[in-house]
Design a binder for this molecule. Sequence first.
Ligand SMILES: [Zn+2]
Length: 334
Amino acid sequence: MVIRHLTLVRQVLAQSRIAVAVGGLGLVLAVGSAASFDAAAASRPGPGSYLVKTKSQLRALRKELFASLDKDQQAIVRKIDYAVRPNWRVAAYASHQGGHRDVVFYGGVLAIMEFLTDAALLERHYASAGCVQAYMKAIVAVDKKNRERILTGHPPKRIPSVFEFAETESGPCKSMATDEFYGNPTVVEERRALLKGGVAYLLSHEVAHHVLGHTDRWQAADFVDFLEKRRAAESAADDWAFSRMAEIGLNPIQAFAVMMYAAATNRYSAEEERRSTHPSGAKRFRVMLKRARAMSAKGTPFRQALVRRGELDEWNRRLKEIEKSFKKLMVAKL
Ligand SMILES: [Zn+2]
């Protein structure tokens, strides 16, 4: 196990210099960065076992997602530079300044997507119910502290993977050898599909801000109007991302890890939502569920494909499982 991760960390470190120059989603996993690298960290299960390996697949995913856009949208998409900041901040943004179009991911957002996916698969195949919830509570707390650190000019700290969390807590997340987990073919296959969906969502959501003109200059009458427009833009970007995913046969539910995190960190009321730039996470999650159900409804190509592969029952079970953990999350104290 140790050796495997050491190799991974070395790969990541070897690529991290390129990451700064070239950018690209695949290099994300410089998360933790050279500066914070130490021998102890190398023996921990780190993020990136999926993304580092699939750098070229991610380039292919971009092609797949945006191939059928019209000419004007294609022209915009071609101008975008992608970069990943090796930093534990859980955020991503799109910007258009001085003629440059950028989509930037902080490592933290990719890490939590990967870690929460692992937590869900751990709960499904090995641990007891409540693992996702317990782990979510722990990482929301780290992220909250990290936000305070960023505000006071300090670098955010490492977010623990679900396996590191399980080692220190005697809760529902069973501690287990990561070799066994990542060596389970079912886990590997489910993980691949979920992460593909998660990355497709993150990527499409940020690209949407460019394509839909949100990164261009726009006017707001006042601050309330500004916030309203920002929230509308966020909802439109989510919608655009879900339709891109649907177009290449990915169900919106595959973005559940990122959306669940948004739901856990933005649980504000309708009143609070009016004072925010983003719609509440719970609302975004519900929209995702609605789109997922619509996509798997009777007569849709997605459902036909599930039936062909004999996976419909399994799919419905998973959808219910995610709905259930979302409901639990909404009443949980975090
Ligand atoms: Zn956005």
